[in-house]
Design a protein around this ligand. Sequence first.
Ligand code: FE2
Length: 161
Amino acid sequence: MKALAEKFGDNPDLWGLTGLLHDLDMDQIDVDDPKDHGKITIQILEKEFGNDLPKEMSHAIQAHCENLGHTDIKRESKLDYALAAAENLSGFLVACALVMPDKKLASVKPNSVLKKLKKKDFARKVNRDFIYDIDKTNLSLEEFVEIALKAVNEISDEIGL
Ligand SMILES: [Fe+2]
């Protein structure tokens, strides 16, 4: 998210924190019926930060659940589209690394990511539509994959890949 903010000349701290906090409720929801996903995160953040919670962050977190059918808040801003796309692409990149012989992100190449995205059976829980919607930010899918791969490689030690 920080790398995308830098690409867009936006606020890396806001974007990075939005990425970091957006799934804060994962241990409080039913993953098989995630009807409260996002809602609980916002409750936690509003309790903690009150009016200091940035509106853009709140909107993006709620909109990243628009496909779950329990919110009318849709992705509109660059941050909204970036969050939903990055959540899914980051998971996808981890899946790509885990099928490499050395299980390392460094072995994952942009072209193989693009090819694997077309294979519906690979990492099938990943929401491809949200990834492809990165074009709503005027960034191409190819550029997005390159930026994301570079960014996750920079923290590969921290995430053990
Ligand atoms: Fe989520």
